[in-house]
Ligand binder design. Sequence first.
Ligand code: HEM
Length: 410
Amino acid sequence: MTMARTAERAISPVDVSDIALYTEDRWREPFAMLRQDMPVSWCPDSPYGGYWSVVTHDLIQEVELNHAVFSSSWDNGNIVIADPPPQSNLPNFIAADPPVHTDQRKVIAPAFNPSQMAAQEKVVKQRTRELFDALPAGETFDWVEQVSIPLTIGMLCILFDFPWEERHDLKRWSDYGSNVSPETATEEYRAEWMAQMGQMLARFDEEFAKRRAMPPTDDLLSRMVHSQAMGNLNPMERLANIALLIVGGNDTTRNSMSGFVEATNLYPAELDRLRADRSLIPNAAQEIIRWQSPVTHMRRTAVSDTVLGGQPIAKGEKVIMWYISGNRDERVFADAERFDVGRDNARRHVAFGHGIHRCVGARLAEIQLATLIEEIVERGIRVEMQGPPERLPSPFLHGFVHMPVRMVAA
Ligand code: HEM
């Protein structure tokens, strides 16, 4: 027996992967209890098997920085609490360790640099304005369907230089790519998943072929085909990296946009503050990402026996970094539950992760969110929720299925 298996473990009294905690919005208390009593704890039994929970801001960062022990590529890359069915892992760079990760990330990252993003900001602004012009005034509508989804997909179309008419395909592929709830582990779902992913790859391969035939540019897809590290990926690797970019950008930004509406309904004075001082808007974008934490967790797997926060972790065990909890850590964020657009350390949130895998699209997401907030402020409106939202049944994505709202004068 290893050292790790013999030592006593702190056993969590609650399974924080339980979907009901998120659909019923009851996750705050269990995480507060874990942060207080057991920052690292073992949950022996869950729909996803046994797993470690890491719930404080400092220990989450410790795991992120120790990628030699806490691996992203274990068993071909399992990076969320649910293990994919055998042989269906997506071999993309988020599910890789150095040096593969380093080489592939280097290809992608410059497409998100500040000058590239500045060019996209104008188009994002224009699309946001057009979308608001077309929203039903004085009627109840679904914010998720009519604002968060189209704006986020629009952002991805801009990023990939993809025709707007094909946005529904991007959305469908993203939804298939990101669904990790246990109900999806059926043969039927798997077959449909394969079909959808095949369609997606075929469509992107057309775009890759176009870029390959032209001289290299700074465009994201062009960078990929013309690079050493990503120019000759096999079909599964191409598919995996496209899925990563689509899924990575989609649900995350979408649910932050919806989170902003919930936050400003719970804390209406924060919208007044933004109206009085627009220079707070970029910080408000950071704060909503902290407050919403649309990615509840990422997972690593220990490649050797180790100790974290005094707890013995054995080789092969799942280690879940609960960002949603780290972002409520009172030792870092005073009055952490409060949505505070002037919070001076909002940027310290771990919603984008930390270390070598920290979100490559962070700047794009911030621009899209700041643009949305600016639009609401400039129009002098308030988005009022007309009933409780329907929340996503997922242990991985923290967000909304539907949110009935009405726009009123502020
Ligand atoms: C990685 C969150 C938007 C693309 C990540 C990670 C998180 C995250 C938690 C993993 C970090 C880690 O393991 O340490 C978010 C949130 C977003 C957002 C909260 C919006 C509010 C975007 C956008 C894109 C994107 C807009 C691109 C279109 C990626 C990619 C990675 C990544 C490619 C992999 C980076 C790597 O492994 O090196 N993101 N993301 N994300 N994200 Fe985002």
